[in-house]
Design a binder for this molecule. Sequence first.
Ligand code: UGA
Length: 416
Amino acid sequence: MKRISIIGAGRVGLVVAACFAKMGNKITVVDIDEDKIAEINSRVSPVAEPGLDEILNQSEIEVTSDYGKVMDSEAIFICVNTPAKKDGSISLENIVAATVQIGNILKSGGGYPLITIKSTVVPGTSEELILPILESSGKRAGQDFGFCVSPEFLRGGKGIEDFMNSARIIIGEHDTKSGDMLCDLCQVFKAPIMRTDLRTAEMIKYASNIFLAAKVSFINEIGNICKLLGIDVYEVARGMGFDDRIGAKFLNAGLGFGGPCLPKDLKALIARAKEIGYEPRLLEQVLSLNERQTLKVLELLKRHIPVRGSTVGLLGLAFKPGTDDISDSMAVTIAATLTEEGAKIKAYDPLAMHNFKKLFPHVECSTPEEVLSCDAVIIATEWEEFNRLDYKGKIVIDGRRVPKAREARVYEGICW
Ligand code: UGA
């Protein structure tokens, strides 16, 4: 049993806390948000991650705003968020604030704690920004404390599953002893471990997410061409997927990628590349294709109804099924554009309506049946239950390939 502290009680921090707790470690979670702390202490997870509530209820996890509780930890994982700024670069305010606190603990504390960055930070950040703050305590990495970067690869809604069965654990190490310490902590998860340096580990995270984003934009572009040629892009993707150099996953053409990670990471690496004088053309195209894809759904809609004065139904608001998260969700852009162009909207989502309502108080959140009674319907998320609705007689623009929607009177797939 090790004493482990997790800084940041967001999705990543709580999943990491829960999984290390499940492995028998003593966990302290620190966050500055008192409301969130109260929520977790009543054993309700503030994020919708299957399995999380259960582990929180069964485990001895202390959640607090008191950084003093980190004092005797053998390992500290920094998991605070690094939100996007307006120019696409990431805001390091939270991680700097957390690091300053950990630096104070280093100053007065003893032992040889291992500090690991799990937050997603652009390559170079740990060495150039985080480490100097920690070392301003007077203590040295590799002499007084360990220092690693170990990015997370947790899909929203599958966090616990992904952490417990990781495809790989990436350990970016400041020095061999630091890497050995993290290996020792992580080997219980039985995943392949790759050891490398700090900035390479940071880049592996970005390159992985951006590769997935590129795969989606690639198949969407092929899909757009296929639609014009009368070819089914899903058949094309199936044919491509047999080649294991390509792989069958992440080739579902449609509205594009959203969520709290892929768009943000793509924009952040674009900003970082430009900062160091490189023009990342492919990455910029991946992003602009994705933005164009969302607007394409509206072009298709306009072929069937005039937008101004119509009532448009929006099925699916979350950025993907299985989550209530609407960050960078396609439905948000669609709703904003429809509103701007003078349409009324009725929307439905099994989990995300409360979040959507905060952003669009004027949008009527309703039942699927009510949404289907609109002049036309756009499907923006492929929730399974949408494949059981009655689309007969309706006009449907499908952004996510819901098979049953094909029974509509007018059916238009975004790129099929
Ligand atoms: C993503 C990565 O998949 C995780 O590995 C990573 O750890 C995580 O970001 C993170 O950085 O924390 P997530 O944002 O939960 O996970 O979502 P994905 O499952 O990757 O889906 C992203 C978007 O791509 C969704 O809007 C989805 O609808 C879209 N998508 C996905 C497609 O349009 N087509 C596909 O074939 C696959």
